[in-house]
Design a protein around this ligand. Structure first.
Ligand SMILES: C[S@@+](CC[C@H](N)C(=O)[O-])C[C@H]1O[C@@H](n2cnc3c(N)ncnc32)[C@H](O)[C@@H]1O
Length: 180
């Protein structure tokens, strides 16, 4: 049984990324978006995403959802953190207001029942997310199910570097304690 996202964030059991995304909105430029487009195409080995479907799991700021949509994909984004969802919605409002081909929601990569309603996607993209879910292997299994046969799953996960990772974890906890 998974706790409600807001209550977990309130209880500081997770890092609340959202407030950082709101700062990000202020500094987003056309150059930054153009760079994101180039990097996404390079990573996917494509020249366009026209006609493709792109599922962004743990969409964070929404920058790569925006990028995929600008490159022509039909996009669905979700994130566990309500503030990240708000940030993504703000990007949509700015660049693709009322666009039916970009859907955004709050949700959990561990919620397999909910994910079962998603169908299959050409590209499932989950960058820097699955190791934050609290159950990386279940999350990985869930998201892999959403890839169309012949489609692509793009993920990045961070490895545990022992002492170094614990130092970063304590820095992040202190930073978030100061923020709220
Ligand atoms: C390091 S950020 C990466 C954001 C984005 N993918 C990017 O590359 O900029 C991790 C994101 O994963 C989200 N996240 C953590 N656990 C999640 C879960 N169980 N389901 C969905 N999203 C989750 C966080 O809220 C956060 O936005």
């Amino acid at each position: 049984m998974h706790m409600n996202a807001e209550s977990e964030i309130n209880e500081k059991e997770r890092f609340a990324f959202g407030s950082n995304w709101l700062n990000f909105l202020k500094s987003l430029s056309d150059e930054r978006i153009a760079e994101a487009e180039k990097s996404l195409l390079k990573m996917l080995g494509e020249e366009t995403l026209r006609g493709r479907t792109f599922l962004n799991i743990g969409s964070g700021s929404g920058l790569f959802s925006l990028t995929a949509r600008r490159l022509g994909a039909k996009v669905r984004s979700f994130d566990y953190d309500p503030q990240s969802v708000k940030c993504t919605e703000e990007l949509k409002r700015r660049y693709f207001d009322d666009d039916p081909d970009w859907e955004i929601s709050e949700g959990n990569a561990l919620d397999s029942e909910w994910l079962a309603s998603f169908g299959e996607w050409d590209i499932v993209y989950s960058w820097g997310v699955l190791h934050h879910t609290g159950d990386m292997w279940t999350a990985l299994g869930n998201v892999a199910e959403l890839v169309k046969p012949g489609g692509a799953l793009f993920i990045s996960i961070y490895n545990d570097q022992g002492r170094r990772s614990r130092i970063w974890s304590s820095i992040k906890k202190r930073y978030n304690a100061k923020e709220s």
